[in-house]
Write a protein that binds this ligand. Structure first.
Ligand code: NAD
Ligand code: UDP
Length: 387
């Protein structure tokens, strides 16, 4: 029975009303699913889109129907937001523009979305004494110190030069003309503001820095369930290339490294934050899998193999192609070279076991298959939606 559930300190968990802003996106949809299926919490889901969570409130006969409400509103200009925040015990803010192709091409929208639009939420939480879990990003770390060392320096192998720690790593961004960093910089300033609200006005907050969470419903396949000209994050870009039987495009040779984590593992960590406020408040948490690192080139090779198995189509003779970042993203793009999260703080506070077990890369990334287009999407491609 969900009502008998206890927190990490053995105290019974009381049902909460959670105002989840950006609930209709990738992370929000998985978090809503988890909260409906495994808890008694109520969700006021706020977003401009509902496609990814519709299955949770239609039909109305679903067992949790009275625990989820969808509120279609744009937080930029809707006075209902404050009322919804007042009705909740906890506010989770996921709303953002967060696809790298937008950072250098729509820097104003990026800064407004990630900084300006978050301000009223923080203000209402602070003024009304509401707890806030705010989604930031691993990108606030920017580049590693190690990437500035000579290519052959042995120090590049020393974790002190690349592991990213919440309380000691610097945030290293490129120059202003590299507009890629508009997102990271906006997120960083919001983190500082929330931290300051905590220090000066007693705001109860938790900041989450996701490290490349992946899984179903992430972004969109251009021309299928999103704009044909859009450029989503790498998993969706590669899936799109595979569907169209095009070579996967490796930006600047695909040498950048990322640690990927499966969405359902990461959601476990968020669930613990929600239900253990005394351990999570006042904390900034990295959430990722340090043992699951690949280069973008390796990711492309792995997805090519997985897709071939799923679709029964043999890989192309030349499955990848190199492309410059200028050609792919345009002027002002720049990249994070390597992202390995230090998981000491989350481990100490929440003991998020699932994320910390050393996983063989192939085991962790085998789950990329859960992202790849479903039979339905593949069928619609064959029926001619893709040119
Ligand atoms: P997403 O784009 O799938 O979800 C964001 C949601 O916010 C969308 O459904 C969008 O419609 C909504 N939204 C944006 N602006 C809005 C507005 N003005 N009014 C109402 N709704 C609005 O992104 P996601 O991957 O679910 O990411 C959620 C959060 O986590 C973001 O803050 C992002 O920066 C952060 N993050 C995610 C990852 C990751 O690995 N997925 C990595 C780093 C940071
Ligand atoms: N990338 C790539 N080909 C693509 C899309 C992305 O090589 O079709 C690279 C991108 O340059 C970056 C990495 O993949 O080095 C991850 O990009 P993503 O958009 O997922 O976001 P990021 O991890 O940079 O926030």
């Amino acid at each position: 029975m969900a009502s008998a559930r206890v927190d990490l300190d053995g105290n019974p968990i009381k049902p909460l009303t959670i105002c989840m802003i950006g609930a209709g996106g990738f992370i929000g949809s998985h978090l809503c699913e988890k909260l409906m299926a495994e808890t008694q919490h109520k969700v006021l889901a706020v977003d401009v889109y509902s496609d990814k969570i519709k299955h949770l409130f239609e039909p109305s006969s679903l067992p949790w129907a009275d625990r989820i409400q969808f509120h279609r509103l744009n937080i930029k200009n809707d006075s209902r937001l404050e009322g919804l925040i007042r009705m909740a015990d906890l506010i989770i803010n996921l709303a953002a523009i967060c696809t790298p192709a937008d950072y250098n091409t729509r820097p104003l929208d990026t800064i407004y979305s990630n900084f300006i639009d978050a301000l009223p939420i923080i203000k209402y939480c602070s003024e009304n004494g509401k707890r806030l879990i705010h989604f930031s990003t691993c990108e606030v770390y920017g580049k590693t110190i190690g990437c500035f060392l000579p290519k052959d320096s042995p120090l590049r192998q020393d974790p002190a030069y690349y592991v990213l720690s919440e309380d000691s790593s610097p945030c290293i961004f490129g120059p202003i003309e590299k507009q890629r960093w508009s997102y990271a910089c906006a997120k960083q300033l919001v983190e500082r503001l929330i931290y300051a609200e905590g220090a000066e006005n007693g705001l109860e907050f938790t900041i989450v820095r996701p490290f490349n969470w992946i899984g179903p419903r992430m972004d969109f396949i251009p021309g299928i369930d999103g704009p044909s000209e859009g450029v989503p994050r790498v998993l969706a870009c590669f899936s799109n290339n595979l569907l169209r039987r095009e070579p996967l495009k490796l930006v600047d040779g695909g040498e950048s490294q990322r640690t990927f984590v499966y969405i359902k593992d990461a959601i476990e960590a968020v669930h613990l934050m929600i239900e253990n406020p005394s351990r999570a408040n006042g904390q900034i948490f990295n959430v990722g899998n340090p043992n699951n690192e690949v280069t973008v080139r390796q990711l492309a090779e792995m997805m090519t193999q997985v897709y071939s198995k799923v679709s029964g189509e043999p890989p192309l003779d030349a499955p990848t192609i190199d492309i410059s970042s200028k050609e792919f993203y345009g002027e002002g793009y720049d990249d994070s070279d390597k992202r390995i999260p230090d998981m000491t703080i989350i481990n100490r506070q929440l003991g998020s076991v699932l994320l910390l077990e050393p996983k063989d890369i192939t085991v962790g990334l085998a789950r990329v298959d859960s992202y790849l287009p479903t039979p339905d999407v593949r069928r619609s491609c064959k029926e001619g939606y893709l040119k």
